[in-house]
Design a protein around this ligand. Structure first.
Ligand code: PHE
Length: 452
């Protein structure tokens, strides 16, 4: 039970911002955001999503990092510790537990999809993205269908991706997480900029992509679209499950939480929008449908890659970009539970990492099989994978975020908050107002409306 491991810290503000941005930028930005934007109508959906990030996301992000730094422990320990400090019920540590379980659920299917990125890097390098123009669509559909139909391949890539995640997390905060993001995040930005420049210069459809993303048609907005936009704001900022608390617990005291949170949210949003500007021009230039669904970047994009000059190289760069983004997120899904086991249960870092990763890996097998053997199995019309995705992003994360907002807004003492968050009186009042009223009411209303 004793906590022998000394509590580590990020070496600088930049290291924290890189790590937290690495967590935020992931499959959510590059795989999910473009396809849900396509499905829920483009500009109007983007507008709601941006509002959610600004009005609800940023205040909760600040609250999570604050709770983590003040508590200095895993999400479970920090929530419990701060509840004690504030003299309120210890049951609040349940929010930490909920988060750890949610992270495990997300990691399980996240690793399966990230495994596709590994597979697709291989396809690009072995020349699979080549076909006669008339054959490109059926060939790329067959490639994707072939991958999904093979439990063996899916499990192989799922296992490999989880192993990469473990290799980073097991090395610890400084040697593992921080070193990885210092290496990977600059590469991520360079690859993304290269892809956007390519889309702007060579597709001839950049203007259409801009209009699709930024010209809202509010008549296309449904209740479900709003629920998905709220859920996605949480998912993309890694909120509602304690990831940002865990990363905040390693934050040195002198760093301004508010400034860091704004940097993280702005970078994350920029990457999502830029990813859209890299992907949609290709989709439109080749007459493909923006609303193609989860296959958008795994089918539509390769169809485009097959028809452009140097398509294999562009494809390899794209999927490498996706892989890096996913890896700097998956490590952050593992970290909260590992931090708990190491610091509050006295386990070794490697043993803790392996234990959590194996649990997520086992659960991930279900998602891998959902695409083939278990394709017939459905609850509420959704298969195992869709169910996990819907349950986590659209229910568990918003509920977690709601509870965190209530805890920080109504339970923590004003002085505690002010000590941690050195901002002006106006900014502080606005932030607290959002946590007390706007975020809880907004999230509760969309949950009720979207679900009923
Ligand atoms: N934010 C990540 C993404 O957009 C996913 C994630 C969610 C990571 C929750 C950590 C915690 O892909």
């Amino acid at each position: 039970m004793a906590t022998q491991t000394p509590h580590p810290h990020w070496s600088s503000r930049l290291a924290f911002v890189l790590a937290a941005t690495g967590s935020a930028v992931g499959l959510g930005n590059i795989w999910k955001f473009p396809y849900i934007t396509g499905q829920y109508g483009g500009g109007a959906f983007v507008l709601v999503y941006l509002l959610c990030v600004a009005l609800v996301g940023i205040p909760i992000l600040i609250a999570e990092v604050l709770i983590g730094r003040r508590g200095g422990k895993s999400p479970i320990g920090s929530m419990g510790g701060l509840a004690r400090e504030a003299g309120v019920s210890g049951l609040w540590s349940g929010v930490g537990w909920l988060g750890v379980v949610t992270a495990l659920l997300i990691l399980s299917f996240y690793s399966v999809i990230a495994g596709w990125a590994l597979a697709y890097i291989g396809y690009a390098l072995t020349g699979e993205f080549t076909a006669a123009p008339s054959q490109a669509a059926p060939a790329m559909e067959a490639l994707h269908a072939g991958l999904l139909a093979s439990p063996g391949l899916l499990l192989l890539w799922h296992t490999l991706f989880m192993a990469l995640t473990v290799a980073i997390v097991a090395r610890g905060v400084r040697q593992g997480l921080e070193r990885a993001v210092r290496l990977l995040m600059p590469g991520l930005f360079v690859l993304l900029l290269g892809l956007v420049v390519y889309a702007a210069l060579s597709t001839g459809a950049f203007g259409r992509a801009l209009a699709f993303l930024f010209r809202p048609d509010l008549s296309r907005l449904s209740g479900e679209a709003v629920l998905v936009a709220v859920g996605h704001a949480f998912f993309t900022l890694s909120l509602g499950l304690g990831t940002m608390m865990a990363y905040g617990s390693y934050l040195p005291r002198q760093v301004s939480i508010a400034r860091a949170a704004f940097s993280i949210a702005i970078l994350d949003t920029l990457v999502a929008l830029l990813a859209g500007l890299a992907i949609f021009p290709l989709v439109f230039a080749h007459g493909l449908a923006p609303g193609a669904g989860p296959g958008l970047i795994f089918v539509s994009l390769p169809i485009a890659f097959a028809q452009i000059p140097a398509g294999s190289a562009v494809g390899a760069v794209f999927f490498l970009f996706l892989l890096i983004a996913a890896l700097t997120s998956s490590v952050s899904l593992l970290e909260p539970a590992v931090e708990y086991l190491c610091e509050e249960r006295g386990r070794g870092r490697l043993a803790a990492t392996l234990a959590v990763a194996v649990a997520a890996w086992l659960l991930g097998i279900g998602s891998a099989l959902a695409f083939n053997r278990w394709a017939g199995f459905a609850v509420f019309g959704k298969g195992f994978f869709d169910l996990l995705d819907f349950l986590t992003a659209n229910i568990l994360l918003p509920v977690g975020g709601l509870l965190i907002a209530l805890f920080a807004g109504w339970r923590l003492r004003r002085e505690t908050l002010q000590q941690e968050l050195a901002v002006g009186a106006r900014g502080f009042a606005l932030w607290r107002w959002s946590l007390r009223y706007l975020a809880p009411l907004g999230v509760a209303a969309t949950l009720l409306y979207g679900l009923l």
